[in-house]
Design a protein around this ligand. Structure first.
Ligand code: BES
Ligand code: ZN
Ligand code: ZN
Length: 533
C-alpha cells in the first residue's frame, strides 16, 4: 500500500473510500469545508439515524453518497477529543483499513484536521500513528491461498492518501508518513517471518534474514556461530536443545552502531547524541531473542493441540530482527536512534529423535552452571541461558530478552498481555512507559528470592522445571534466566500470549503472528537513548 498526502477537495476525490474522523464530544475531526452543505447534511442525517455516537473504533458507512466522487464515506469514531492518544489513533486507522478491505476498496483517503490541534498529540506523530495503523490493519497472511486468490486480491488496498487543504503542513505530514512506513515495514516483515510454516523457516533462515537486515545499513554488522563453532566454544545448552533436530543451530549476533553525527540526523537526535558525548558514551543494550523455529516439546512431546502454532516459538527472534530492521529503516529516513544495540538470537528447533536430549540428562552451560533436564519442553530457558552468557561478554548497560517462554504467562494474563520481570527498577519503569506509549500491553511480575528454591536440583546446579505444583511457571522461567545474568540491569519479557492470536483484541493485530514487541522495544530504545550514557 502506498501512502501519500494530497490537497484535493474532499468532494473531488475519486477514491473507493473516504474516511472521516469523528469525536464523541466534538463532532467531525476532519475538515469538511470543501464539501457542500447537502453532503454534510446527508452524513449528519446518517449519523443521527444510525445513532452513531463517535465511540472509539466504531465505524459507520455511507454507500454511494451523493455530492462526492468517493464510492463510500466511512465515519470512524475517535472517542472524546481529550482522550485521543497515539494508541487510539493507530487503532482507529487500523480499523479504517479493515473496513476498507471489507468494502473491497483499492484506494482510500483520510480527511485530516483537528488531530493536530489536540493538546496531547502533534501532527507528525498523528500521521505516523495513522500510517502505522493503516499498514498494520490491512495485513493478512495469504501467501499460500490459491483458491480464493482473486477474492484476496480484490480486498487488498493499493493506495491511501491523507487529505489536507493546508499546503504548509505537507512537509510535516510527509515526515510522519516516512516514519510510520519505516516502523510498519519492519513489523509486517516480522509477521510474515513468524507466520511462515516451520518447514520453510529453519534456524538457518533466521541467519539469512539477519544477513538481509545487515545489508540495509552500513552501521549494522552481523556475526554468527554455527554448530561447529558452538561446540568449540562450549554452548552446550543451545546444542542440547538442537540435538534432536536435523537442522543446524546458530547463535546470531547483530550489532547496530549509529554514526556519531551525520547531516541526516534530526535536531533532537543531535542534541541527545551531544549530551551522551559530553557526559560519557552512548548507552549499550543487548536484545536477546528466543528463536525456536518449531517447538515439538522434544521427547516430552506436546499433545497435538498444544503443538499447533509452535512455529511461532521464534517470535522473540522475530521481535529482535524487526527492531533491527526498524533501526535501519529509521536511519534511512533520517531519524536514527542514538543507542548501540546488540541483537542476539539463539536459533534452533526443538525436535524428537534418537539423538534428542533426554529428561535426566545433565548439561553444562557456556557460563559453567550445570542444568538437570527434567522436561525437554522447557527448552527456551536453556537456549536463553547460553544466549545471555554470550551477551554478558559485551558488558552492555542493559539486557532485555524477548521470549515465548511459558504457557503459564498466558494462563495468568491471557493473550492480550506479555508479562515482564527483571532486576532493575529503572529498566522496568522504562518498559512500563514503553507499554503505555505503544499500547503493546505488558504487566510486571515479581522475582521473589523465596522462590529460588524451586530452581534447586539434587544432582546439578539447577533444574529446568520443578514438579512442585505450587511453583509459579512464568516466574520460575524468569528466575532461571536471571541465574545467567551478570550483575547488570536486565529484564525478561515473556510474550507467549501476545506473540500469537487466534481472536481479535485490537484492529492493529491480525490473527496469527502479531509482531508484538517491536513497537515496545523501539520505544524502550528511544527512552534509553535519551538518557545519559
Ligand atoms: N514454547 C513454549 C511456551 C508456549 C506455550 C508459548 C504456549 C506459546 C504458547 C515453551 O517452550 C514450553 O513448552 N513451556 C512449557 C514449560 C513447562 C514444560 C514447564 C509450558 O509452558 O508448558
Ligand atoms: Zn517448549
Ligand atoms: Zn518453546
Amino acid at each position: 500500500m502506498t501512502i501519500d498526502v494530497r490537497t484535493d477537495r474532499l468532494a473531488d476525490l475519486t477514491v473507493d473510500a473516504l474516511f472521516l474522523g469523528y469525536f464523541a464530544d466534538n463532532g467531525f475531526a476532519s475538515d469538511l469545508s470543501s464539501l457542500d452543505m447537502a453532503t454534510i447534511d446527508l452524513i449528519n442525517r446518517h449519523i443521527s439515524e444510525q445513532e452513531f455516537k463517535g465511540k472509539a473504533l466504531k465505524a459507520m458507512v455511507l454507500h454511494s453518497p451523493s455530492g462526492v466522487k468517493a464510492k463510500h464515506i466511512v465515519v470512524i469514531g475517535l472517542g472524546n477529543q481529550a482522550d485521543l492518544t497515539p494508541v487510539v489513533l493507530r487503532q482507529a486507522a487500523a480499523k479504517a483499513a479493515r473496513k476498507g478491505r471489507k468494502l473491497k476498496a483499492k484506494s482510500l483517503a483520510v480527511g485530516l484536521n483537528q488531530m493536530h490541534q489536540s493538546a496531547t498529540i502533534d501532527l507528525k506523530t498523528a500521521i505516523q500513528m495513522m500510517t502505522e495503523g493503516l499498514l498494520l490493519g490491512q495485513y493478512q497472511f495469504s501467501r499460500y491461498k490459491t483458491v480464493d486468490k482473486e477474492k484476496l486480491v480484490k480486498q487488498s488496498i493499493e493506495s491511501a492518501a491523507f487529505i489536507t487543504p493546508e499546503k504548509e503542513l505537507l512537509p510535516t505530514i510527509k515526515a510522519g508518513i516516512a516514519r510510520g512506513e519505516a516502523i510498519a515495514t519492519a513489523i509486517l516483515n516480522a509477521r510474515d517471518l513468524i507466520n511462515e510454516p516451520p518447514s520453510k523457516i529453519k534456524p538457518v533462515s533466521l541467519v539469512q534474514v539477519a544477513q538481509e537486515i545487515a545489508q540495509l545499513s552500513s552501521n549494522i554488522s552481523l556475526t554468527s556461530l554455527n554448530e561447529k563453532e558452538l561446540q568449540q566454544e562450549g554452548y552446550a545448552a543451545l546444542l542440547a536443545v538442537a540435538s534432536g533436530s536435523e537442522e543446524e543451530p546458530y547463535l546470531i549476533h547483530l550489532q547496530y552502531r549509529p554514526a556519531t553525527t551525520s547531516s541526516s540526523e534530526t535536531k533532537s537526535n543531535l542534541i541527545s547524541s551531544k549530551i551522551n558525548k559530553t557526559i560519557g558514551k552512548r548507552p549499550v543494550i543487548a536484545l536477546v531473542g528466543k528463536g525456536v523455529t518449531f517447538d515439538s516439546g522434544g521427547l516430552g512431546l506436546k499433545p497435538w493441540a498444544s503443538m499447533l502454532s509452535m512455529k511461532s516459538d521464534m517470535a522473540g527472534a522475530g521481535t529482535v530482527l524487526g527492531i533491527f530492521q526498524a533501526l535501519a529503516e529509521l536511519e534511512a529516513v533520517g531519524e536514527p536512534i542514538d543507542i548501540e544495540v546488540h541483537g542476539i538470537i539463539a536459533a534452533t528447533e526443538n525436535m524428537i529423535s534418537g539423538k534428542a536430549m533426554r529428561p535426566d540428562d545433565i548439561i553444562e552451560t557456556k557460563q559453567g552452571k550445570t542444568i538437570e533436564i527434567r522436561h525437554t519442553d522447557a527448552e527456551g530457558r536453556l537456549i536463553l541461558a547460553d544466549a545471555i552468557t554470550y551477551a554478558n561478554q559485551f558488558k552492555p548497560d542493559y539486557i532485555v530478552d524477548f521470549a515465548t517462554l511459558t504457557g503459564a504467562a498466558i494462563r495468568a494474563l491471557g493473550r492480550a498481555y506479555a508479562v515482564y520481570m527483571g532486576n532493575n527498577d529503572e529498566l522496568l519503569a522504562a518498559i512500563a512507559t514503553a507499554s503505555d506509549a505503544t499500547g503493546e500491553l505488558a504487566w510486571p511480575l515479581p522475582l521473589p528470592k523465596e522462590y529460588k528454591k524451586y530452581l534447586e536440583s539434587s544432582v546439578a546446579d539447577l533444574q529446568n522445571i520443578t514438579t512442585n505444583a505450587d511453583s509459579p511457571g512464568a516466574i520460575f522461567g524468569g528466575l532461571f534466566i536471571q541465574e545467567f545474568v551478570e550483575d547488570r540491569p536486565w529484564a525478561h519479557i515473556d510474550m507467549a500470549g501476545p506473540a500469537w492470536l487466534e481472536e481479535d483484541f485490537n484492529p492493529v493485530y491480525p490473527k496469527g503472528a502479531t509482531g508484538y514487541g517491536i513497537l515496545l522495544g523501539l520505544s524502550l530504545l528511544e527512552q534509553l537513548a535519551a538518557k545519559k550514557g
